[in-house]
Design a protein around this ligand. Sequence first.
Ligand SMILES: Nc1ncnc2c1ncn2[C@@H]1O[C@H](COP(=O)(O)OP(=O)(O)OP(=O)(O)O)[C@@H](O)[C@H]1O
Length: 241
Amino acid sequence: MLATRRLTAGYGTVPVLFDVDLDVGDGESVAIVGANGAGKSTLVRTICGLLRVMGGEITKDGRAIQSEPPYRRAELGIAVVLEGRHLFDELSLESNLRIAEAQGRKRREARFDFRFDEVLELFPFMKGRMSAPVGVFSGGEQQMVAVARALLLKPELLILDEPSTGLAPKVVREIVGVIQALRKKGMSLLLIEQHIAVAAECSDRAYVLSLGKVVQQLDQHSWHLPSTTDALARAYLGNRT
Ligand SMILES: Nc1ncnc2c1ncn2[C@@H]1O[C@H](COP(=O)(O)OP(=O)(O)OP(=O)(O)O)[C@@H](O)[C@H]1O
């Protein structure tokens, strides 16, 4: 589905990601974990085309996409929920969703064709609140609007940048429930997550990122091994642990 090879990217002339090799298979859920400043958001912005690639390659289904503009990557089936959500705060919930639905209609051959009413079923709180401006919604509700909007783009690969950060445990459980429902449907997911427990629960595999490099790969069985705990502690706390 998605691959990066020796991907180097950053800001201005300064790289903050170095030679990142990453794969997300068809129907796979892959997490990226790492401390603040490890480069997780930079990786997301580079994959969706908001940051220029300095070196290496990004492919979607084997086709190089690193020169494609962000809107083309969306048309190719990559949707992203960025940190900060970037909703149209003054517009109603319905307008926010209908704008995405209109974009999604361009993807006629999409494998996951979420209809408007199906998306609403995933997010019951939305019923009866269609005319409210999304700026008045709670952080958790806004996060769900951002996910709903991404789904209406009919993606094959959904990238979620820190979906649980700053949210109450009950809301995190709701988001986890939605992620699990998408996994069941076979959608490919790339999940950027600082909370190890959420990452372990919602992914098949994970990459540990530290100072812009992949320092370890984890599979389902290795999350709780002592060597993993050590590697995660080093990635999160530095080498003085
Ligand atoms: N707009 C920017 N201009 C210059 N440097 C930046 C910019 N955004 C991030 N950086 C730097 O790039 C590095 C990686 O940051 P990034 O936001 O990708 O990390 P992160 O793993 O997503 O962290 P967090 O969990 O805090 O969001 C950091 O050293 C950061 O200071």
